[in-house]
Design a protein around this ligand. Structure first.
Ligand code: CA
Length: 481
């Protein structure tokens, strides 16, 4: 049955890939995935399988499940003087080239996520690259612009289909070692200039965290406006264990979309399928750690993950004027390089020791010991494996979880989200029209309103019945929304 669905999806994906004829048509909703660490995992011996257990290229597995965009982080130089990688995928321009090329092979676009650092950049740290220390903001702007433009040209040359570029990662408190907003704005603008020069059709994104802080996104968007920073997309991280409710997220992003006419996305989200660890390195979410709270509305299971992803997509689709462009899941493939489940004593220690060797050698853990020189207080002390193996969308053996199905495209007419448009959908629309039931969520509501008149009524049901009977309706039923 699954293979049949895959075949149907593959056919639909081919259909979706036909060049667009109408410029006015809004872009396909982004069903994106960050798998920046994947090359390090593959070098460590990790293999990936589809849900039925067939080994395959992970890029193909993702594309067949509806993923249409890959996000990849870029560090300037995550290596020590001897060429040892800092870990976390050792992600630099060369890994972005390889990931971008493989994504394009399966029709997926690329979001290039520049950190402008030699290792992790987030609200706690925004350290300048080693080569950019002790220089003026003006000089830093010029280096940032040149690095951005050169890197984009190289990544494109390798075969990637770049659609969006992030100027900084989680730049809530700073970027490239600068924390004063005026300096930050100059660096954002320098990055934007590089992207415009590279290709005016590529979207410029800025990325922030903490929508749960009252007025925070408003403050940031107002400041960006005041400093006249040129950008297209306001991107947010949304981790339900830290970042408040989805209603609040929609409102916070909605302000930016409504006030400044910007597109908005969720650039990172994730959710655990289990609280158990599988690689011997502590996880961000574990039993007794980030595992309770008002906004953890879903079970820690593949079904719970699927519901979380769908809920985040709904929260973004809620934003008016189709300004909500899409959602990226963070590091769905960062699974264990060696399963420690059920092991104890000597066999546990032996497996952990093998894992440690792989993390050090191939950079497949969140940090290697070599990162100590650059980040002594965090990576230097706590280096090790994956902190999110329990939030991956693949199990410890690399087999796709059912939660990957959350990325199947939503199709006009497919109100029950089973990837097929048939009489069951028409019946459900009739029930909604008769107020016997309501659409389960925003995506279902959008799928059910076949003629786009803002209502779900008998006309939608009739058009869907006609489509199922292969009668031409003139409406784009069966196309992705
Ligand atoms: Ca772990």
């Amino acid at each position: 049955m699954h293979r049949v669905i895959s075949a149907v999806l593959a056919a639909l994906l081919c259909f979706i890939c036909i060049p667009r004829t109408s410029a006015a048509e809004s872009p396909a909703f982004i069903r994106g995935m960050d798998i920046s660490s994947v090359l390090s995992l593959e070098k460590s011996g990790v293999r990936f399988f589809d849900e039925s257990g067939r080994e395959d290229d992970i890029f193909r597995i993702l594309a067949e499940n509806g993923v249409n965009y890959i996000r990849v982080r870029v560090w300037n130089h995550p290596f020590d003087a001897n060429g040892n990688g800092y870990g976390g995928g050792n992600c630099d321009v060369s890994t972005a080239k390889e990931i971008g090329r493989r994504a394009a092979e399966y029709g997926m676009k690329l979001l290039v996520d520049f950190h402008y650092s030699d290792f992790w950049a987030d609200p706690q740290k925004q350290q300048s690259p080693k080569g950019w220390k002790d220089i003026s903001v003006k000089e830093k702007c010029s280096l940032l612009k040149a690095f951005t433009l050169d890197s984009l040209k190289e990544i494109k040359q390798a075969g990637a289909d770049i659609g969006m570029v992030q100027i900084g990662n989680e730049t809530t408190t700073g970027i490239a070692g600068e924390s004063d907003f005026s300096a930050m704005a100059q660096l954002f603008s320098a990055g934007a200039e590089a992207v415009r020069e590279f290709d005016k059709n590529v979207l410029v994104a800025l990325h922030f965290t903490n929508p749960e802080r009252e007025g925070h996104f408003k403050y940031l968007a107002d400041m960006l406006h005041r400093y006249r920073v040129d950008y297209d997309v306001f991107a947010a991280s949304y981790y339900p264990f830290w970042h408040g409710s989805l209603e609040n997220l929609t409102a916070a992003l909605g302000y930016v979309a409504d006030t400044y006419g910007k597109y908005v996305i969720v650039a990172e989200t994730s959710y655990p399928y289990t609280l158990d660890d599988t690689d011997g390195a502590p996880n961000t979410v574990a039993k007794g750690k980030n595992d309770t709270g008002d906004n953890l509305l879903w079970a820690f299971s593949p079904q719970g993950q699927q519901a979380e992803i769908r809920a985040v997509m709904n929260a973004v689709r809620e934003i008016r004027g189709k300004r909500g462009l899409g959602v990226f899941y963070w590091e769905s493939a960062w699974i264990t390089v060696g399963d420690i489940s059920g092991l104890s004593g000597q066999s546990y220690e032996a497996q952990l020791s093998r894992n440690r060797q792989l993390w050090e050698r191939f950079g497949s853990g969140w940090a290697a010991s070599f990162a100590c020189e650059y980040d002594p207080d965090d990576a230097g002390r706590w280096y090790g494996g994956s902190a999110v193996d329990n939030q991956a969308l693949f199990d410890a053996q690399g087999r796709a979880l059912s939660s990957l199905r959350a990325f199947h495209p939503a199709l006009l007419g497919d109100v029950n989200a089973d990837d097929i448009i048939n009489v069951a959908d028409a019946t459900k629309m009739q029930h909604i029209a008769a107020e016997m039931t309501s659409p389960p969520d925003t995506t279902a509501r959008l799928c059910a309103d076949v003629n786009h008149d803002g209502e779900i009524n008998i006309t939608d049901a009739t058009l869907t019945q006609q489509f199922a009977a292969e009668i031409h309706t003139g409406y784009p039923i069966g196309k992705t929304i």
